[in-house]
Design a protein around this ligand. Structure first.
Ligand code: SF4
Length: 160
């Protein structure tokens, strides 16, 4: 059975920066029941507490963080790049261990966002970009969907 890496906050786990969860869509519950889901919160796995200050990537590009060309900064200016990179590396290890080719990760996050991220100004402004974990998983060839793209994720899973 093909497994799927899923953001822990999409499975009802209260691991978001604000101490809340991000819902628990029916399809993800179904996949959990089938034993397909490998849950991960990269930020918590990387050593950050919950709740934690919001963090953004100036410019919004997780790949730039991987390459050492950008940092992940909290709203008070603390550099949390190391924790984000550790979380991304742990995601990569899980993907390799379980042979995972598909992930469903939370949209908009500086770790998990797959299309849009915040621009680093903490003004609610989103830019085209991807989180740190997503950037690393894509380099591994993993298809990354968000909770807004569950139909596409289900189709991709069937086509494996
Ligand atoms: S979006 Fe990703 S990093 Fe943020 S709480 Fe959810 S699983 Fe953790």
């Amino acid at each position: 059975m093909h497994k799927v890496l899923v953001s822990a906050c999409l499975l009802g786990q209260p691991v978001r920066y604000d101490g809340r969860a991000s819902g628990h869509p029916d399809l993800l519950q179904q996949w959990q029941g089938e034993g397909r889901v490998v849950p991960l919160c990269p930020e918590v796995a990387g050593g950050l507490p919950t709740p934690r200050p919001p963090a953004e990537i100036p410019g919004g590009q997780g790949a730039a963080v991987l390459d050492g060309d950008a940092q992940v900064l909290t709203v008070t200016g603390e550099d949390v790049s190391a924790q984000f990179l550790t979380g991304a590396q742990l995601a990569l290890e899980l993907v390799r261990r379980h042979g995972i080719r598909i992930a469903v990760l939370k949209s908009g996050s500086p770790s998990c966002g797959n299309r849009l991220t915040y621009d680093g100004t903490f003004s609610g402004t989103k830019v085209s970009g991807e989180g740190v974990t997503v950037a690393l998983l894509r380099r591994e060839g993993v298809q990354v969907f968000s909770e807004l793209e569950l139909d596409a994720a289900e189709l991709a899973l069937k086509q494996l």
